[in-house]
Structures are given as structure tokens and as C-alpha cells.
Design a binder for this molecule. Structure first.
Ligand SMILES: [Zn+2]
Length: 259
């Protein structure tokens, strides 16, 4: 016959060990949090993103650079011609699939400054014109990328753009390095650079003014070629580098379009 207390003891011991681990972890994080040089202590071997001059970024370099920018709060000054987003591609193409239902979907990615790992939050669903993506950050988990989808209305080409609101909400959250639009067959990526202005009322005004001037000069809604023109012009104006991934090539490599 087994002693009933034996199991109870073991259960308590396991629970105690678990509890101790949780407390130790929390204390460790608190300790780091109060370390005055936390950001510098988490800073990567790559150093200041403004000094980097890689002509292309591999998927590992992309993670290193995302981490470096999140730690130093500085952005690249020399954008590459190509970036390997293959690690992100499954998330992008999943949103493309969901969007066939007709609504916009969105997610945010954060980087953990201590482990350098990138996590995607839950998938938010909106309506056919917008989606609001809940963004949470802590001193350790910094939001670095938002992605949302544009459903195809009449033609897929109509959804290949960033709207003025897309750009404003990207710039408003100053830690974001990339904003991404996924459409049928294509992903568009805008990357913040060292020359991108900090967001304020004047910047917002310039973005809306550009949109309105294009609306009135071309008359009518911003769809198709007009929306693509706006996307290119707004990226030029704000020194955002624009990339695109063609889903048909399957590689997840983003090629530079402008800037
Ligand atoms: Zn949008």
C-alpha cells in the first residue's frame, strides 16, 4: 500500500519548484529593468544601425538589425536593395488567405530585447475598410512591425497601396520599423529610416495634404494607380524605403521599389 502523503509531498515539491522558478524569473527581469544601462546592456554586437551598409540583408541579419534598432532606438541610414523576409512570409500569406473572406486582418510583431526573439500577437479582424490592431509593449517587448491586409475589391491592383491613415498610424508609434500591407499576390513593406521625420501634427498635415492634392487633381477616390502614386510619393516625402514581395516567387525576398 502506498503512503497517501507521499504523492502529496511530491506534488507540493513540484509546485514549490515551479513557484520558485517563476519568482526567480520575475526578480531577474526586475533586476534588469532597474539596471540603468539596460538598453545598452541588451545592445547587440552589430552596434549602431546608422553605420550599417549591407547591400542585402539575410533573414538572420534582418533579426539582428531589428534588435539593434529596438535597443538603440536608431534606424538605418543605408537601406539595402533586398531583405530576406522568408521568416515572416508564412504570417503574410496566412493573412492573404484569411482576407479572401472580404475583411481586413492585422497583427503586430514585437521583439524581445533580451532573447532577440520576434513574436506575433493575435490576429485582429476588422471590416472591409479597416482593422485596428491592439499593440502592447513592455520595456522588454518592443513593437517593431505591423501588418494588415487589404481585400481585393474589383482588381487586386486596387489594394496595392498604403493609405494616408496607414502611414500616419505607422509613424505615430515611434518604435515601429516596418509597416506591411498584404494584398492578393503581393506584400508591400515600408521601412523607417534615419531620415524619416518624427511624427507630429505638422507631419500628419503634410501627409493629408499630399493625399488631398492627389484626390483633387485626379478627381475621385484613391484607388488603383492613384493610390499607388500616393504610396510612392508619401514614401519619398518621408524617406521611407518601399519594398515589395511577389508571392508567386515563393522566396519571401523583398525587393526595393523606391528610396
Ligand atoms: Zn490599409
Amino acid at each position: 500500500m502506498t503512503d497517501p502523503d507521499f504523492h502529496k509531498d511530491r506534488f507540493d515539491a513540484e509546485r514549490f519548484a515551479e513557484l520558485r522558478k517563476t519568482i526567480e524569473q520575475a526578480l531577474g527581469e526586475l533586476g534588469e529593468l532597474h539596471h540603468p544601462n539596460f538598453h545598452r546592456s541588451a545592445a547587440p554586437h552589430l552596434g549602431d544601425p546608422r553605420d550599417l551598409r549591407f547591400p542585402t540583408w539575410s533573414s538572420q541579419q534582418l533579426i539582428d538589425i531589428i534588435h539593434a534598432a529596438a535597443c538603440t532606438e536608431q534606424f538605418v541610414a543605408h537601406p539595402p536593395d533586398q531583405i530576406d523576409f522568408s521568416g515572416f512570409l508564412p504570417v503574410f500569406t496566412r493573412l492573404e488567405t484569411l482576407t479572401k473572406r472580404g475583411s481586413e486582418y492585422g497583427r503586430v510583431a514585437t521583439v524581445n530585447l533580451s532573447s532577440k526573439r520576434i513574436f506575433f500577437g493575435e490576429t485582429a479582424v476588422g471590416d472591409e475598410h479597416s482593422v485596428s490592431i491592439p499593440v502592447q509593449s513592455t520595456p522588454f517587448k518592443v513593437p517593431i512591425l505591423t501588418v494588415h491586409s487589404h481585400p481585393t475589391s474589383s482588381t487586386a491592383r486596387d489594394s496595392y497601396h498604403f493609405s494616408a491613415i496607414d502611414i500616419c498610424s505607422f509613424l505615430e508609434l515611434s518604435s515601429l520599423q516596418f509597416t506591411v500591407v498584404v494584398a492578393e499576390g503581393l506584400t508591400l513593406i515600408a521601412m523607417r529610416t534615419d531620415a524619416t521625420p518624427r511624427y507630429n501634427d505638422q507631419v500628419e498635415e503634410r501627409i493629408l495634404k499630399l493625399r488631398d492634392s492627389m484626390r483633387s487633381s485626379m478627381a475621385g477616390d484613391m484607388t488603383g494607380d492613384r493610390a499607388i502614386r500616393f504610396t510612392k510619393d508619401v514614401c519619398k516625402m518621408l524617406n521611407l524605403t518601399l519594398y515589395r514581395i511577389k508571392h508567386s516567387d515563393g522566396s519571401g525576398v523583398a525587393k526595393r521599389v523606391i528610396n
